[in-house]
Design a protein around this ligand. Structure first.
Ligand code: ATP
Ligand code: MG
Length: 399
């Protein structure tokens, strides 16, 4: 076994010492078997939530009605979930009731895909009643049980299937694809935030183009915000490479394929419930990109955009033009580093200084003069130095 499981073994031991069963489960076991980096270690136990809370001193009730308790242990946090089954499903999204049980195989049965339904005990022994290891070996995404039933219970599982295609470069079975095609409309029942989380994971996966192709094949795009009538643009988008793109850069390139106005970009991203800060970032990138597609960066544009936007815009520009980005970005970095000031906060003169020097009341002249100073500093007509700027302004006003 390796980290982060090793640090979590004492948690399983504590639960076992108290008379319960406890295992590592879910994505962490799957990623471990795939020799991939492991995110969060999830733990499943036969102990009821209240029993878990009696064993560990520091806990947070993050989803107690579903049986999940967060525990703080050795400076890290872990989710411990009580074995459960899910009763009847309502609305194709959440079970009417969750029943806590004491049997591991029953708990594994409610999980979405066979690769996610493997448990591992503290000695590294695997419990794999649905042949998840075989699916992992064959790189296959297969539901536990009939895909139509499982997608019918919880439609989000369809989004999870395609995002795993992207993240793991696995195939989905014919039967699963057929179920996706048939049941995609059920995605209308799913909360946007949950779809967004899966879609963003899809965009960030190494095999995202294939995953997007499956989405289009199964018409899943019809049930996602703003993607309904954009098949062609999505196909074009999926022809890009996008190496080392950030999430914001992926959203920006996607939106750029749609040719939207600033207002439409805002509406599109709001429909996906992106945070305001991220919507702002995407909008600045697209605005600068539009300009960049017609002309080279001026020093002033670089100063106005700031490095984060410049780098993203240049990556997008190179992707659209089909040229390598690394060198272009490096050249721009040198140019950006040579700017005498990188943002307006670095200007040493304030409005108060100007009012003081010219004995004038505040007014629109202040903004104009500060902008004039800004441009003069950038054009190296004057140094960003209080005394020097004052002398330069006095000289200007005498001419
Ligand atoms: P990631 O690496 O993104 O965390 P994951 O498989 O661990 O992937 P989680 O959302 O953390 O995904 O879920 C943990 C486990 O819970 C899954 O591996 C799976 O066994 C189960 N699970 C999660 N969502 C569902 C679902 N919608 N239906 C059934 N089982 C699910
Ligand atoms: Mg997980």
């Amino acid at each position: 076994m390796r980290e982060p499981f090793l640090s979590a073994i004492p948690i399983l031991k504590k639960l076992e010492d108290a008379g319960y069963e406890a295992y590592f489960v879910g994505g962490s076991v799957r990623d471990y078997l795939l020799h991939k980096p492991i995110n969060d270690v999830d733990i499943a136990t036969s102990a009821l939530p209240e029993e878990v809370k009696d064993i560990f001193p520091k806990t947070v009730d993050i989803g107690i009605e579903h049986g999940t308790i967060l525990i703080l242990f050795g400076k890290k946090s872990y989710e411990i979930t009580t074995f459960r089954t899910e009763g009847d499903y309502q609305d194709y999204r959440r079970p009417r009731e969750v029943s806590f049980i004491r049997s591991l195989p029953e708990d594994l049965k409610r999980r979405d895909f066979t690769m996610n339904a493997i448990a591992m005990d503290k000695t590294g022994q695997l419990i794999d009643p649905y042949n998840g290891q075989q699916a992992i070996q064959n790189k296959i995404i297969k539901t536990v049980g009939n895909p139509k039933d499982r997608f019918g219970e919880d439609a989000l599982r369809m989004m999870r299937a395609v995002r795993f295609v992207s993240q793991l470069s696995f195939r989905i079975t014919e039967q699963t694809l057929a179920a996706l095609k048939e049941l995609a409309p059920l995605l209308n029942k799913i909360a946007v935030e949950r779809k967004t989380a899966e879609f963003e994971k899809l965009l960030m996966g190494e095999n995202w183009r294939e995953a997007l192709a499956i989405m289009l094949d199964a018409n899943i795009n019809m049930f996602l915000p703003g993607l309904k009538d954009r098949r062609q643009q999505l196909e074009k988008f999926s022809s890009y490479q996008c190496e080392d793109f950030t999430k914001i850069e992926m959203w920006s390139l996607l939106i750029n394929s749609f040719q939207l106005s600033a207002k439409e970009i805002e509406d599109f991203l709001r429909a996906w419930r992106l945070p305001v800060k991220e919507i702002k970032e995407v909008k600045s990138i697209i605005a600068s990109l539009k300009k960049r597609l017609h002309e080279e960066w001026t020093l002033y544009d670089m100063y106005k955009a700031g490095w984060a936007v410049i780098e993203s815009v240049e990556k997008l520009y190179c992707e659209i033009k089909g040229i390598a980005a690394i060198q272009k970005v490096q050249q721009l970095r040198i140019k950006f580093d040579s700017l005498p000031i990188k943002n307006s906060k670095e200007i040493v003169v304030t409005g108060n200084d100007l009012m003081d020097w010219f004995s004038r009341e505040p007014g629109s002249w202040l903004k104009e003069m500060l902008s004039k100073i800004e441009q003069a500093i950038l054009a190296r007509q004057v140094k960003n130095d209080k005394q020097k700027i004052k002398e330069w302004l006095m000289a200007c006003s005498q001419n």
